[in-house]
Ligand binder design. Structure first.
Ligand SMILES: [Mn+2]
Length: 429
């Protein structure tokens, strides 16, 4: 962990909010993420489960949070289990959390070691009417590997075959969608670090570099500023590569006259930022590049205004499509006749704009939530229109992170250069 310590009042608040959603006399169990095996004796870098972090702030593997009812005073109680530190492991891996560390980070009073889990939990199950268990319910996620929450739940269900199990994920979604002020500050810090990286890219990019050299500049600023690193694999694509939506090879030579497209975002204290910019490799947009860039920018500015309480991603998308169709006609990419054909299997604009305008953001880049959830104060979303013209090897996406308020939305990336004049001036300084 490279970030400044987070006050445990955030995690306490989060647990209180969850407890208020649990049904009477129920237990909730949330597991940390697994250490994911790589090869030989290595694991991939550990990233805590977003739900587990949200409720505890604990970054360590093999940890468990248990919320349970106490019949004595009708209040929910909380237990945190961590691995028992042992000297042998610590020689290699460094210090593990002590009970005091865990208490300080999470604000949980009752900390136990994992080897005490089975005997302690048994007593609690028998008094409860139902057990909430967690699962990754992201609708776009498919994995052949079972996560830790899933495996532990399967085992528990075998043992407690006649118990009532409930889904925790819908409750976690509801909570994580609306950010506390502390969370907004962490996301803003991630955005600020992303902006620092972009400023330096503007200073250094030139024909003859490779895409990965740009990635290296960005990575340097992330780590130097206390970010975990990238919130997702960065996309650094020049020329034709600017048109591939999830291009991450980042290994092509950058040539004079091309657009360099970047989709990149720092992860700070496990909170994501998500930014996209397109810049001219030689420091000057061509006439055509300018036309397409400004078309995307106009849509971006309009789309941002739609991010107000009561709206949804689906409704924003519908408005953006209308704006997009008009721009695509003006760019001589589509005809009015093509646009009037509303065959849903073959919508003309989709040749040039094939993705969504927005997604929720937070502990995950594509955070919990779906396109029909009504926006409300405290939600953070991306705003990301794009036009990709394969035949011209020209792809432009503009993406900033937007905070919903009761009034106008706040652009958390408003300080990251966006206008053509601004970008050209910085590149030619
Ligand atoms: Mn995005």
């Amino acid at each position: 962990m490279k970030y400044k310590p987070i006050s445990n009042t955030l995690f306490k608040k989060n647990r209180i909010k969850l407890q208020s959603l649990l049904s009477v006399n129920s237990i909730a169990i949330v597991h940390s993420n697994d250490q994911m095996p790589r090869n030989g004796d290595l694991f991939f870098p550990f990233r805590q489960s977003s739900d587990f972090f949200y409720l505890t702030g604990i970054e360590q593997e093999k940890s468990v949070l248990v919320l349970y009812p106490d019949s004595a005073d009708n209040n929910q109680k909380e237990l945190l289990f961590i691995i028992r530190p042992d000297e042998n492991t610590e020689i290699w891996e460094g210090k593990k959390l002590t009970k005091n560390d865990a208490k300080e980070i999470s604000g949980i009073e009752s900390i136990f070691y994992l080897d005490e889990y089975d005997s302690l939990l048994k007593q609690l199950y028998l008094k409860a009417d139902s057990i909430y268990v967690n699962n990754n319910e992201n609708e776009r996620f498919h994995s052949e590997i079972d996560g830790r929450d899933y495996r532990k739940t399967k085992a528990l269900q075998q043992e407690l075959f006649n118990f009532q199990f409930k889904r925790l994920a819908p409750l976690m979604q509801k909570l994580r969608l609306v950010k506390e002020q502390e969370e907004i500050e962490l996301i803003s810090e991630a955005c600020r670090i992303t902006g620092k990286a972009f400023s330096d890219v503007l200073r250094h990019v030139k024909p003859g570099m490779h895409e990965y050299e740009i990635e290296a500049i960005i990575t340097y600023h992330y780590i130097k500023n206390g970010a975990n690193g990238h919130a997702y694999e960065p996309i650094i694509g020049s020329g034709i590569n600017s048109c591939y939506l999830h291009y991450t090879k980042n290994n092509k030579l950058i040539s004079n006259g091309e657009i360099l497209f970047m989709d990149f975002g720092a992860e700070y204290a496990n909170y994501a930022s998500d930014c996209s910019r397109a810049i001219p490799v030689n420091g000057k947009f061509s006439v055509r590049q300018k036309q397409v860039y400004n078309a995307v920018l106009r849509i971006f500015n309009e789309a941002k205004k739609l991010m107000t309480p009561g709206n949804t991603i689906a409704r924003c998308q519908a408005c953006v499509v209308e704006l997009m169709e008009k721009e695509l006609v003006d760019l001589n990419l589509l005809t009015m006749a093509q646009i009037k054909n509303k065959d849903t299997n073959n919508l003309a604009y989709k040749k040039y704009f094939m993705h969504g305008i927005s997604h929720f953001m937070g502990l995950d880049t594509h955070d919990v939530g779906n396109k029909n959830i009504e926006f409300c104060k405290g939600m953070v979303l991306s705003c990301e229109p794009g036009i990709y013209i394969m035949e011209e090897e020209l792809g432009i996406r503009i993406e900033n992170d937007i905070l919903i308020t009761d009034n106008s939305p706040i652009d958390l990336m408003q300080k990251i250069p966006l206008e053509i004049d601004e970008i050209e001036a910085l590149m030619n300084k």
